[in-house]
Design a protein around this ligand. Structure first.
Ligand code: HEC
Length: 98
Protein backbone atom coordinates (compact mmCIF):
# COMPACT_ATOMS: atom_id res chain seq x y z
CA UNK A 1 0.00 0.00 0.00
CA UNK A 2 2.75 2.39 0.95
CA UNK A 3 4.39 1.77 -2.40
CA UNK A 4 1.21 2.61 -4.31
CA UNK A 5 0.78 5.88 -2.44
CA UNK A 6 4.38 6.76 -3.12
CA UNK A 7 4.02 6.10 -6.84
CA UNK A 8 0.78 8.09 -7.03
CA UNK A 9 2.45 10.98 -5.21
CA UNK A 10 5.35 10.91 -7.63
CA UNK A 11 3.04 10.95 -10.63
CA UNK A 12 1.11 13.90 -9.20
CA UNK A 13 4.28 15.86 -8.45
CA UNK A 14 5.86 15.25 -11.83
CA UNK A 15 2.72 16.30 -13.70
CA UNK A 16 2.55 19.48 -11.63
CA UNK A 17 6.11 20.24 -12.58
CA UNK A 18 5.71 19.40 -16.23
CA UNK A 19 6.79 22.33 -18.33
CA UNK A 20 4.65 22.87 -21.36
CA UNK A 21 6.35 24.57 -24.27
CA UNK A 22 3.05 25.28 -26.01
CA UNK A 23 1.77 27.20 -23.00
CA UNK A 24 5.03 29.08 -22.60
CA UNK A 25 5.01 29.99 -26.29
CA UNK A 26 1.61 31.74 -26.08
CA UNK A 27 3.11 35.07 -25.10
CA UNK A 28 5.78 34.78 -27.80
CA UNK A 29 3.19 34.28 -30.54
CA UNK A 30 2.14 37.95 -30.38
CA UNK A 31 5.43 38.91 -32.00
CA UNK A 32 6.70 35.70 -33.57
CA UNK A 33 3.39 34.43 -34.93
CA UNK A 34 1.46 31.35 -33.79
CA UNK A 35 3.71 29.25 -36.02
CA UNK A 36 6.94 31.20 -35.62
CA UNK A 37 6.40 32.49 -39.14
CA UNK A 38 6.64 36.23 -38.52
CA UNK A 39 9.56 38.59 -38.56
CA UNK A 40 9.05 39.78 -35.00
CA UNK A 41 8.39 43.52 -35.02
CA UNK A 42 9.83 43.49 -38.55
CA UNK A 43 13.39 43.13 -37.26
CA UNK A 44 13.58 39.58 -35.93
CA UNK A 45 14.45 36.55 -37.99
CA UNK A 46 11.78 34.00 -38.79
CA UNK A 47 12.32 31.29 -36.17
CA UNK A 48 10.18 28.63 -37.82
CA UNK A 49 12.48 25.91 -39.07
CA UNK A 50 15.34 26.71 -36.68
CA UNK A 51 17.05 23.78 -35.03
CA UNK A 52 16.65 23.22 -31.33
CA UNK A 53 20.31 24.09 -30.78
CA UNK A 54 19.98 27.41 -32.57
CA UNK A 55 16.88 28.27 -30.56
CA UNK A 56 18.41 27.33 -27.22
CA UNK A 57 21.66 29.16 -27.89
CA UNK A 58 19.94 32.34 -29.08
CA UNK A 59 17.58 32.40 -26.07
CA UNK A 60 20.43 31.74 -23.64
CA UNK A 61 22.42 34.37 -25.49
CA UNK A 62 19.66 36.91 -24.89
CA UNK A 63 19.71 35.95 -21.21
CA UNK A 64 23.43 36.54 -20.81
CA UNK A 65 23.79 39.31 -23.39
CA UNK A 66 25.98 37.38 -25.85
CA UNK A 67 23.38 37.17 -28.64
CA UNK A 68 21.16 39.67 -30.35
CA UNK A 69 21.03 42.81 -32.36
CA UNK A 70 19.28 46.19 -32.00
CA UNK A 71 16.34 44.83 -30.01
CA UNK A 72 18.13 42.33 -27.84
CA UNK A 73 17.11 44.11 -24.64
CA UNK A 74 13.49 43.45 -25.51
CA UNK A 75 14.15 39.73 -25.97
CA UNK A 76 16.18 39.59 -22.77
CA UNK A 77 13.06 40.78 -20.99
CA UNK A 78 11.06 38.01 -22.63
CA UNK A 79 13.29 35.09 -21.66
CA UNK A 80 15.30 36.27 -18.66
CA UNK A 81 13.16 34.60 -16.01
CA UNK A 82 13.16 31.19 -17.70
CA UNK A 83 15.07 28.21 -16.35
CA UNK A 84 17.14 25.97 -18.61
CA UNK A 85 14.27 23.47 -18.55
CA UNK A 86 11.78 26.11 -19.71
CA UNK A 87 14.12 27.26 -22.49
CA UNK A 88 14.49 23.65 -23.54
CA UNK A 89 10.71 23.10 -23.60
CA UNK A 90 10.18 26.28 -25.61
CA UNK A 91 12.85 25.33 -28.15
CA UNK A 92 11.44 21.83 -28.44
CA UNK A 93 7.97 23.24 -29.09
CA UNK A 94 9.15 25.80 -31.65
CA UNK A 95 10.85 23.08 -33.70
CA UNK A 96 7.43 21.43 -34.13
CA UNK A 97 5.86 24.55 -35.70
CA UNK A 98 5.15 24.62 -39.40
C1 HEC B 1 7.32 42.10 -28.03
C2 HEC B 1 7.66 41.21 -29.13
C3 HEC B 1 8.38 39.90 -28.82
C4 HEC B 1 7.96 38.91 -27.95
C5 HEC B 1 6.71 38.89 -27.07
C6 HEC B 1 8.95 37.85 -28.05
N1 HEC B 1 9.91 38.17 -28.96
FE1 HEC B 1 11.46 36.99 -29.56
N2 HEC B 1 12.20 38.50 -30.71
C7 HEC B 1 11.61 39.75 -30.84
C8 HEC B 1 12.51 40.61 -31.59
C9 HEC B 1 12.23 42.06 -31.98
C10 HEC B 1 13.66 39.84 -31.87
C11 HEC B 1 14.96 40.29 -32.55
C12 HEC B 1 15.80 40.96 -31.42
C13 HEC B 1 17.21 41.40 -31.80
O1 HEC B 1 17.38 42.53 -32.24
O2 HEC B 1 18.15 40.58 -31.59
C14 HEC B 1 13.42 38.51 -31.32
C15 HEC B 1 14.28 37.43 -31.46
C16 HEC B 1 14.02 36.14 -31.03
C17 HEC B 1 14.82 34.96 -31.33
C18 HEC B 1 16.06 34.90 -32.19
C19 HEC B 1 15.70 35.23 -33.62
C20 HEC B 1 16.50 36.37 -34.17
O3 HEC B 1 15.88 37.32 -34.70
O4 HEC B 1 17.74 36.35 -34.08
C21 HEC B 1 14.22 33.91 -30.70
C22 HEC B 1 14.66 32.44 -30.73
C23 HEC B 1 13.07 34.42 -30.01
N3 HEC B 1 12.97 35.77 -30.23
C24 HEC B 1 12.23 33.65 -29.26
C25 HEC B 1 11.19 34.19 -28.47
C26 HEC B 1 10.43 33.42 -27.50
C27 HEC B 1 10.64 31.93 -27.24
C28 HEC B 1 9.53 34.27 -26.94
C29 HEC B 1 8.53 33.98 -25.84
C30 HEC B 1 9.11 33.55 -24.57
C31 HEC B 1 9.71 35.56 -27.58
N4 HEC B 1 10.72 35.48 -28.49
C32 HEC B 1 8.91 36.67 -27.33
C33 HEC B 1 10.35 40.13 -30.39
C34 HEC B 1 9.61 39.42 -29.44
Amino acid sequence: MKKVVLILTMVAVSSLMAIDGATLYKKCAACHGAKGEKKSLNVGKIIQGWSKDELVSSMKGYQDGTYGRSMKALMKGQVDAYSDEQIDALAEYITTLK
